[in-house]
Design a protein around this ligand. Structure first.
Ligand code: ZN
Ligand code: ZN
Length: 134
């Protein structure tokens, strides 16, 4: 078993691919639900308001959006999320549909060294693709 220190509270826990212990993960989940509810109740809030209301940092909220866990109500939301590739406004994840597709095609064509280099990116992309499916 792989034992690590929790990135948040520092306690040791059985590592399972996540950088937080179970207790911190549960706390994060509660906070996450708060953000989600706040965004649902206040779809026109900007990110500072959401951060103030929930006590969660702006960076963390942006992380949730980038991870595809949170979704903005639309591309005209006060919270600005842009495609990391072309800058188009998106409502969740890292890339707009077009870039996500282009990247996927590029990765499919990549071989040898290049594909090893791009491995991390592939992981990200696959995660986004998963989110889009539901
Ligand atoms: Zn912890
Ligand atoms: Zn794009």
């Amino acid at each position: 078993m792989d034992i690590r220190n929790c990135a948040k509270c520092g306690k040791i826990y059985a590592y399972d691919g996540q950088k937080l212990c179970l207790k911190c993960r549960r706390e994060e989940e509660v906070k996450f639900q708060e953000i989600k509810k706040y965004l649902y109740d206040n779809p026109d809030a900007d990110i500072k308001e959401v951060s103030d209301a929930t006590g969660v940092s702006v960076k963390k909220i942006m992380d949730y959006l980038r991870q595809g866990r949170l979704q903005l109500k639309g591309e005209n939301s006060k919270i600005v999320l842009e495609c990391e590739n072309c800058g188009t406004r998106i409502i969740t994840g890292k890339f707009c549909d077009r870039c996500a597709e282009a990247l996927e095609n590029k990765l499919k064509g990549a071989t040898g060294l290049r594909s090893t280099k791009l491995k991390k990116r592939t992981g990200d992309k696959m995660y986004i693709a998963d989110r889009y499916r539901d």
